[in-house]
Design a protein around this ligand. Structure first.
Ligand SMILES: Cc1cc2nc3c(=O)[nH]c(=O)nc-3n(C[C@H](O)[C@H](O)[C@H](O)COP(=O)(O)OP(=O)(O)OC[C@H]3O[C@@H](n4cnc5c(N)ncnc54)[C@H](O)[C@@H]3O)c2cc1C
Length: 431
């Protein structure tokens, strides 16, 4: 295959540049990470009048936020049939409501800030890889209608052709509320919005250490970065799958997992409509799932957790082969379509596969999106920022326990990923 080893979305927008000025000596809040979490928090805080420095280790918007599938999805990675026994019906209702509110939050920001990112409520389609998965779709749709007052549409196999130009699935589930967007344009727009609100954005400013330090009788933090030191009264951490040793408490609670995407050359309008008649955000029911969609210029963007390890030249090349085979197994019509781009990025999984937000070691954070971060990271970034400003609105993801590894057997280096990968592959075979 002869493709660009580069993020397709990056070729659709000029990314914002970092502030060339030296770091300020002192700010109200240092925001670590310039993705959806950090920039959404920075925008909210700056609009409330706080002095903000966003500190990004790489170029601005470099992380998962500019590389993802752009699927703005309802629900969480863990389905409600597992969440209700774990947290109870009321808490699960609040979480599910937050997932719907998070999409409204993205839509509102896109409108308010006039971000040209192709946001559209095109809906999502989940497709069943086995008859048993389709039976589970039916049960979930019933429960979600009854207990969560949200309607999903069950699509039997005989009618699936109206939703997808593939014959391999056993049925589907449509949620009209979900949306799609161009993530790089969206995160770039968020960066411009945070800057317009008054935040300063510094690239190549990796934070290496954070120490408690008071100044003029006021508690705070001294941060050491690749561009010098600064003092902040508060810290917000939005480092997701790239969380490192600067925040050790989060580092040992977050597992970084690779996710990879290929994009074809633009397809003809006719073929594009055949593959996805309603332009849905599509994903399947496996643990090692495939997720796919059309881009606004009619490329097939096809992603998956083809390798569990984060992105390197090697994992991207291996994943591109696996994903191309996967794409053709779903859509034999794409046998001759040329793969034009292949890339990867890193997801953040907590040990309970849930989003978590709140305060740890005196610092605020929002992490753990498990591949559902476009809407949730935007939402939790702004909710935690409101909490930092003293708002007391309850947040269902601050109240839940944030577990570490069983027996504490994890220091931030995911030695168990090959075993976890093999385990999930086995589950996909037997269940
Ligand atoms: C390939 C892929 C496809 C995905 N598809 C979807 C999808 O379709 N829908 C969906 O909802 N979600 C998807 N996700 C998940 C989603 O992209 C993430 O959950 C979301 O972008 C997380 O945003 P964030 O701001 O928390 O983190 P990120 O965007 O990853 O930003 C974190 C930033 O922190 C910086 N950083 C880390 N450490 C430091 C430090 N010490 N100092 C300074 N900066 C630091 C990093 O350089 C990085 O830029 C996908 C993810 C990937 C990788």
């Amino acid at each position: 295959m002869n493709y660009n080893e580069r993020v397709f979305w990056w070729d659709t927008v000029a990314m914002p540049q970092g502030d060339p000025a030296p770091l300020p000596e002192k700010v109200d809040v240092a925001v670590i990470g310039s993705g959806f979490s950090g920039l959404s928090a920075a925008r909210t805080l700056a609009r409330r009048g706080a002095r903000i420095a966003v500190l990004e280790a790489e170029s601005l918007c470099w992380g998962a936020s500019s590389r993802n599938g752009g699927m703005v999805l309802t629900g969480m990675k863990v389905g409600i049939r597992k969440l209700v026994p774990r947290y109870g019906l009321e808490a699960t209702r609040r979480m599910y409501a937050a997932s719907l509110a998070s999409i409204d939050c993205v839509e509102k920001i896109v409108k308010e800030e006039q971000i040209a990112c192709d946001f559209a409520r095109c809906g999502h389609l989940e497709v069943a890889c086995k008859p048993a998965h389709f039976a589970a779709f039916r049960r979930s749709a019933e429960i979600i209608a009854r207990d969560f007052n949200h309607q999903l549409r069950v699509v039997p196999r005989s009618e699936l052709r109206s939703e997808i130009g593939s014959t391999i699935y056993h049925g589907g589930l449509v949620d009209q509320v979900s949306a799609g967007l161009n993530p790089a344009r969206y995160v770039a727009g968020l960066a411009h919005a945070a800057r317009r609100a008054g935040a300063q954005l510094f690239d190549h400013a990796r934070v290496s250490t954070i120490e408690h330090s008071s100044r003029n009788g006021s508690g705070g933090f001294q941060l050491t970065t690749a561009r010098g030191r600064l003092w902040a009264r508060d810290v917000f951490v939005g480092t997701s799958g790239y969380t490192g040793t600067a925040t050790p408490g989060l580092h040992k609670r977050i597992i970084p997992i690779g996710s990879f995407i290929i994009a074809t050359e633009p397809l003809s309008e006719e073929l594009a409509r055949e593959l996805s008649p309603h332009n849905r955000m599509i994903f399947d029911s496996k643990n090692y799932l495939y997720y796919f969609r059309l881009t606004p210029d009619n490329r097939m963007l096809f992603g998956g957790r083809a390798a569990f390890f984060p992105e390197t030249g090697n994992t991207i090349r291996r994943s591109a082969e696996i994903l191309r085979r996967g794409m053709i197994s779903v859509y034999p019509q794409l046998r001759d379509a040329k793969v034009a781009y292949a890339w990867g990025g890193t997801l953040d999984f907590a040990f309970d596969i849930m989003p978590h937000a709140g305060q740890m070691d005196g610092m605020y954070y929002a992490v753990g999106y498990a591949g559902h971060g476009v809407a949730m990271a935007t939402y939790l970034g702004s909710k935690v920022a409101e909490m930092m400003c003293g708002d007391r609105e309850p947040n269902p993801f601050t109240d839940i326990k944030f577990p570490g590894a069983p027996l504490g057997l994890y220091n931030g280096k995911p030695w168990f990923l090959p075993f976890a990968g093999a385990w999930y592959k086995l589950l996909d075979l037997v269940r």
